[in-house]
Design a protein around this ligand. Sequence first.
Ligand code: SAM
Length: 268
Amino acid sequence: MEDFLRGTFVPKKRLGQNFLVDKRVVARIVEACELSADETILEIGPGTGALTREMMPLVRRIIAVETDRQLAEKLRTDFPADKLEVHCEDFLRFDLAQVPRPLKAVGNLPYYISSPIIGRVLKEREVFSALFMTAQLEFGERLVALPGSKDYGALSVLVQFYADTKLLFRIGNQAFRPVPKVNSCFIRMTLRNQPAISVKDVQFFEKVVRLGFLQRRKTLLNALASLGRKDMLASVLSSSGLPTQVRAENLSVQDFGRLADLLLEAQP
Ligand code: SAM
C-alpha cells in the first residue's frame, strides 16, 4: 500500500484522502470492530484497502463503497471478488436496498462528510446495526458530549437519541499519509432498537433540538420563539421542570423529550 502511495497516485484533498499507514492503529481499529466470521460488513471509503486487508480474513464478505475510480479499480485487482464487492459510488447516494441487513458499517471516513454519513446511517436504522468510524477528534468529542460541556450540541443530542456512542481511542495525525493537520479518534456508534427515550413526534423533537441550539447563547425562551408566544413557552418550560432562563446546553436528551412533547401539545 505504501508503495502505491509513493508511486504516481496523487491523493485527492477534495475526497479527504488521508490513508492509514500505522499498522498498530489499523490492528486496534480492526479489533475494536468486534468482527465475526459469519458477518458481512459495509466499508465506507476503503481507499487503498488498509483496513479491508486486515478485516477480510475475519468476516464472510465486505461490501466496499469507494467513490474514487482509480482506487475502486485497484481494490478490484487486489482482492478476490467473492470476498470483496466493490461499488464505485458516493456512499451518500449508494442504494442500500442491495445490502443484507442489519450490518455494520466501518470506515476511516473523509472528515468533510462525517456529519452527512452519520445522518444517513441514523436515518437508515433498519439497515445498520452499528457504525465504526474515525472522526476528527473535536468532532468525536461533540458526538459524545454531555449537557453543560462546550462540545454539547444538537449533534450530541440527536446522535445519543438514536445510538449508544463511545469514543474508543485517539489517533495521532502521524498515523495517516498525507499527514493531516488534525488529530483523530475512533468512534463506535451502536444503533438502538428504539430511540433512547420515547417522544410523541420524532420530527418535532428534532426540530426543537435544532432550534434550541441554533443560537446556543440564547435562552430557550428566545431560541424557541418561532414555536409560540413567550408566556406559553415559559409555562411549558416550567411544566417540564426547567427554569425559564435555561439554555439548550443544559438540557439532557430526556429534558428535550419532555419539553418537545409538552410543546407539541401546546401548538395551536
Ligand atoms: N480507508 C482508507 C484508509 O484507512 O487508508 C482510506 C481513508 S481516506 C480518509 C477516505 C476514503 O474515502 C478515500 O479513499 C476517498 O476516496 C473515499 N471517499 C471520499 N468521499 C467518499 C464518498 N462520498 N463515498 C465513498 N467514499 C468516499
